[in-house]
Design a protein around this ligand. Structure first.
Ligand SMILES: O=C(O)[C@H](O)[C@@H](O)[C@H](O)[C@H](O)COP(=O)(O)O
Length: 232
């Protein structure tokens, strides 16, 4: 098994983490805008990112040139409390960041396969690679929607998967999901992992010691060490 390393940023508080990660993302997006006139940011859902989202929403970035998308999405409409699009709209696309564009992964009235193909096409048109990807991680070591029990997990984790967006069926996920694929994630020049609390720190430590959980595949295939932001 290949050794993996990460670039660990340990912050004393969740507020300090939100501030540090926001500054980093603002820097990366601003550099992308200077280089190509626009920037694409992919963020995760779940319970962890709300404070980071609210902090980032106040950052000085040329937001009208930024499009925000999702690392993964539960296959539910935006009025569902489980919608990651809703989380991003309510917490990130506010204040200064209200001027950003947003493109989600869910599509109403489509099968999950058709929705994946649609979202895939939209992201390609926006201009890949994504400039900044902020991942989360579950206690089971999943990231994006790479759940340990997902159907076709090896294909999802493959760095040569040809898709940008893929459907995911995993019993532990609750509902079907859509996810960015491994190449879409590791193609970004800036890939961060945002985790909080002692339990996730232990999961990270076990993965770095060799435990084979899905997040490890991202560390392995990343073109440079993933920047991990952790606070107690
Ligand atoms: O929609 C989601 O659930 C995600 O994007 C997922 O990959 C998330 O990052 C982890 O599950 C961590 O979730 P928590 O922040 O809730 O622990």
């Amino acid at each position: 098994m290949a050794a993996v390393t990460v670039d660990l940023h340990e912050l004393p508080t969740r507020e300090a983490l939100a501030e540090e990660l926001s500054q980093k993302v603002a820097y990366v997006l601003t550099a992308a805008i200077e280089r190509r006139g626009k920037a694409l940011l992919a963020v995760s859902g779940g319970t962890t990112p709300a404070l980071f989202f609210r902090t980032l929403s106040d950052a000085h970035i040329d937001w009208p040139r930024v499009t925000v998308t999702l690392v993964d999405e539960r296959f539910v409409p935006e009025d569902s409390p489980r919608s990651n699009a809703r989380l991003a709209r309510e917490n990130l696309l506010q204040g200064k960041a209200a001027a950003a564009g947003f493109t989600g992964l869910f599509r109403e009235g489509m099968t999950i396969e058709t929705a994946a193909a649609e979202a895939d096409g939209v992201l390609r048109k926006l201009g890949l690679p994504i400039d900044a990807v902020v991942l989360g991680m579950g206690g089971d070591g999943h990231t994006a929607s790479f759940f340990p029990d997902a159907d076709q997990l090896p294909a999802l984790l493959s760095p040569t998967n040809e898709a940008v967006v893929a459907p995911v069926h995993a019993t532990s996920a609750g509902e079907p999901r859509l996810t960015l694929t491994m190449p879409a994630i590791i193609g970004a020049p800036f890939v961060a992992l945002h985790i909080e609390g002692e339990a996730k720190r232990q999961v990270l430590a076990s993965v770095l010691r060799g435990k084979d959980l899905p997040i490890r595949a991202v560390f392995e295939h990343a073109r440079k060490p993933v920047e991990v932001f952790w606070a107690p």
